[in-house]
Design a protein around this ligand. Structure first.
Ligand code: KG4
Ligand code: ZN
Length: 336
């Protein structure tokens, strides 16, 4: 069954045509918000509005498929920026109604979490998910499609947000994760004294705001920084972040006894975070998985795959839903 996935929740416009596990076409446009140092919601929404129809035409052309061959559609309904979600949802509803094809509302975080199963046939419910993105940071038990138990999330900033803000303070681009990763390769991870967040707390919750502030303050207090200083900040930041994340994940694994675990979201595309995650899984005797890096950052494949998972789980499609900018994973159905 040929399924179309549409993603517009933040600053990526992405569409994918998926036939079971086979990607028939995928187009993605990443907006450039580096001049403003972050995403301006109204600007992002306007860009989706102009980009989405053009990308859709290009997708069909590149996949050499016609409109009539689409058999079902999935669109990100939330969480995300209201204006951006609205562009995707209205487009999808119009398309699905005109084609008279089923439509599924997709949860953005669920799409991140489920896409790991596309490549890994042995990854089965229930499993543990560690999601590290620009807007969210959480640990959840994945019982099945639309069925989650949230074990913990960030009290303040998400992991990606922390990386983005520190990169910005260093004069780097947005998003900052890849910049920090690249600089860290040349840095000393113990050179800059940074606090490990929530070091004493045995919980699955996160906090990155204090670490972000400490990093930005060190940068300001030691200005002007040499290139080596910048590399050292990045290496130290990554080390401290992964130490904090590992403690929370270890606690979650001990509490749940689950034997399969995934790391997903944009930060999960980092080789450094991937290595640290795999080491912990190995130490705990747990199978660790992550999607390919290009399926970790926002993309259309994960939405089309989540659509496929909904279809396979027998979840009823609907044309009748509005956007859900705030949509907690553990209150999946309460905001429908
Ligand atoms: O999942 P995502 O694409 O968008 C959200 O749903 O938020 O995550 C974006 C985040 C950004 O904060 C970005 O800096 C981070 O993922 N990121 C990375 C890397 N690539 C993207 N962080 C660390 N290393 C990377 N290579
Ligand atoms: Zn995302």
């Amino acid at each position: 069954m040929l399924l179309l996935g549409i993603e517009t929740s933040c600053d990526e416009t992405a569409l994918c045509l998926l036939d079971h596990t086979k990607v028939r076409g995928h187009v993605l446009f990443s907006q450039d918000h580096s001049a403003s140092g972050g995403v301006i919601p109204t600007v992002a929404a306007r860009e989706h509005l102009t980009t989405l129809p053009l990308l859709f035409t290009r997708l069909l052309k590149e996949a050499n498929l016609s409109l009539k061959e689409i058999q079902g559609i999935g669109v990100t309904r939330g969480p995300g920026l209201a204006g951006c979600l609205l562009v995707g949802v209205l487009f999808a509803q119009g398309l699905a109604l005109s084609l008279q094809k089923p439509l599924w509302a997709i949860h953005h975080l669920e799409a991140h979490i489920l896409v790991a199963r596309k490549e890994e046939a042995t990854l089965s419910f229930p499993y543990l998910a560690l999601l590290l993105s620009g807007g969210h940071c959480l640990i959840a038990i994945v019982h099945g499609v639309e069925k989650y138990t949230l074990l913990g999330q960030t009290y303040d900033d998400a992991a990606g947000e922390c990386l983005d803000k520190v990169a910005r303070a260093l004069g780097g681009p947005y998003p900052g994760g890849p910049y920090v990763e690249e600089r860290a390769l040349r840095g000393d991870p113990y050179a800059v004294p940074l606090p490990i967040p929530l070091i004493k707390e045995k919980t699955c919750h996160f906090s990155f705001s204090g670490l972000k502030t400490a990093s930005v303050r060190w940068i300001a207090n030691n200005a002007p920084l040499s290139s080596q200083d910048k590399d050292n900040v990045c290496a130290s930041l990554q080390r401290v972040m992964t130490e904090s994340i590992e403690r929370r994940l270890e606690y979650a694994l001990d509490q749940t006894g689950l034997k399969q675990c995934v790391m997903v979201g944009g930060v999960a595309s980092s080789s450094y975070f991937r290595q640290s995650f795999l080491s912990l899984c190995h130490k705990k005797g747990v199978e660790g998985f992550f999607p390919p890096p290009s399926s970790c950052t926002d993309n259309g494949i994960m939405v089309a795959w989540a659509c496929y998972e909904h279809l396979s789980a027998g979840i009823t499609p609907s044309y009748d839903f509005s956007i859900a900018p705030y949509w907690p994973l553990d209150h999946y159905h309460s905001s429908l």
